[in-house]
Design a protein around this ligand. Structure first.
Ligand code: HEM
Length: 141
């Protein structure tokens, strides 16, 4: 069960990762999809032409993750972005049971790309922040 609000400490920790997410966001999202696509049933949901040379999907996800981190202390301003992404997932019939796959892939990618900068505190804060976002985005939220 996810907390209905994020603690001030979680908010501070996630916000502090915004600069590195801007710098290395694409690397993180590419690694995230690499981990995620180890699950054939999840890979099948994605249009693979958005993951090749153009890389529009990793770019889009990197932008969303950075914006989330940077605005985590004023989430009311992210409403339109969160709404647009949620509509996309609804139209694709994404199920709430699929969110943990993406969460594990994101956390794995943060660890792999950030190395020592992905401290236990950063990982704990991002786990909470992802679950919080997933609760808002998933169907039935
Ligand atoms: C809170 C977690 C998530 C975030 C922040 C997120 C973010 C995004 C973003 C930014 C887009 C692009 C939207 C656009 O530009 O129109 C997108 C598309 C998509 N998302 Fe998610 N997503 C999340 C969870 C999930 C989950 C759990 C699944 C299913 C396993 C999923 C599957 C997809 C698919 C299939 C697309 C369309 C990609 C394509 O063009 O092939 N997402 N997501």
């Amino acid at each position: 069960m996810t907390a209905s609000v994020l603690s001030p400490r979680t908010v501070r920790t996630v916000k502090a990762t915004a600069p590195i997410l801007r710098e290395r966001g694409l690397e993180i999202s590419r690694r995230m999809y690499e981990i995620l696509f180890q699950h054939e049933e999840i890979k099948r949901l994605f249009n693979q032409s958005h993951h090749g040379q153009s890389g529009s999907q990793p770019r889009s996800l990197a932008g969303a993750v950075h914006a989330y981190a940077d605005n985590i202390d004023r989430l009311d301003e992210c409403g339109p972005m969160v709404e647009r992404i949620a509509q996309k997932h609804t139209s694709l019939n994404i199920q709430s049971e699929q969110y943990p796959y993406v969460g594990r892939a994101l956390i794995g990618a943060l660890k792999d790309v950030l190395g020592q900068a992905a401290t236990d505190e950063v990982i704990a804060a991002w786990t909470q922040a992802y679950d919080f976002l997933a609760d808002t985005d998933a169907p039935g939220a």
